[in-house]
Write a protein that binds this ligand. Structure first.
Ligand SMILES: C[S@@+](CC[C@H](N)C(=O)[O-])C[C@H]1O[C@@H](n2cnc3c(N)ncnc32)[C@H](O)[C@@H]1O
Length: 226
């Protein structure tokens, strides 16, 4: 979608720089803790798993997702080296049949969606009954969300236009789309630039700048596999 309003949909050099951030010591530490936060919430979920807003595919690959989706072509080319099957597309119009996915993982992408409520309805449609949506995000008013909001005042920043929500807000919006809140995990207990705290904990803990919440597709035929 070149020419779109998605700031991540740019050139090869920008995509490589985005991906390389995770190889620097600070990025590696963030990646490792966010993965430890998110991946346990997927354990035991039916297959296949989609990494939605996969970017360069770091989370989907670590989780063992079979599928990745993103509108940003250059990032998706990097993801294709890590995830078995990738598709260019948008969360608001998922190219998957109803009740065909066992789990959807999404890390640090819901903040950037033009229509997050539409995306939640799409995820609820594509998940099979009993399937899980695991959403990793930066809670509004957390140290990192506040830092990114300030950075986003610069129109050239990737965070320009990013919208941050609290855990309660995301859960309420997911309930409206037909999903039921489940287990939560939390990490990133230091402010940006401070020495990293290794803590990754179960539950929603005050002071966390990264939270992952499970949102389950329930329904009258829950548990039946199509
Ligand atoms: C901060 S990056 C996160 C990428 C990856 N999940 C990670 O954590 O490294 C945000 C991603 O959201 C993607 N994105 C933006 N709009 C989207 C949409 N409508 N549907 C799906 N993904 C979208 C961007 O292209 C970008 O790859």
């Amino acid at each position: 979608m070149s020419g779109s309003s998605n700031p991540f949909d740019s050139g090869e050099a920008e995509a490589a720089a985005y991906d390389a951030w995770y190889d620097a010591p600070s990025g590696r530490s963030v990646l490792e803790r966010e993965q430890r936060c998110v991946i346990p919430l997927l354990e035991g979920a039916a297959r296949p798993w989609l990494d939605l807003g996969t970017g360069s595919g770091r989370f989907g690959a670590a989780a063992g997702a079979e599928l990745g989706l993103d509108p940003a072509l250059a990032l998706l080319r990097i993801a294709a080296r890590r995830i078995p099957s990738v598709v260019r597309g948008a969360a608001e119009a998922l190219p998957f049949r109803a009740a065909s996915l066992g789990a959807v993982l999404c890390v640090a992408a819901f903040e950037f969606l033009p229509d997050a409520d539409c995306a939640l309805r799409e995820i609820a449609r594509a998940l099979r009954p009993g399937g899980r949506f695991v959403l990793g995000f930066f809670p509004r008013d957390s140290a990192w969300a506040t830092f990114y909001e300030q950075e986003g005042r610069d129109p050239a920043s990737l965070f320009h236009g990013a919208r941050f929500c609290s855990l309660e807000e995301w859960q309420q919006r997911a309930v409206a789309a037909g999903l039921t809140p489940g287990p939560v995990r939390s990490t990133l207990f230091e402010a940006p630039g401070e020495p990293p705290s290794p803590r990754v904990v179960a539950g929603a803990e005050p002071g966390a700048s990264f939270v992952a919440t499970t949102l389950v597709k329930t329904g009258e035929d829950e548990g039946r596999h199509r």
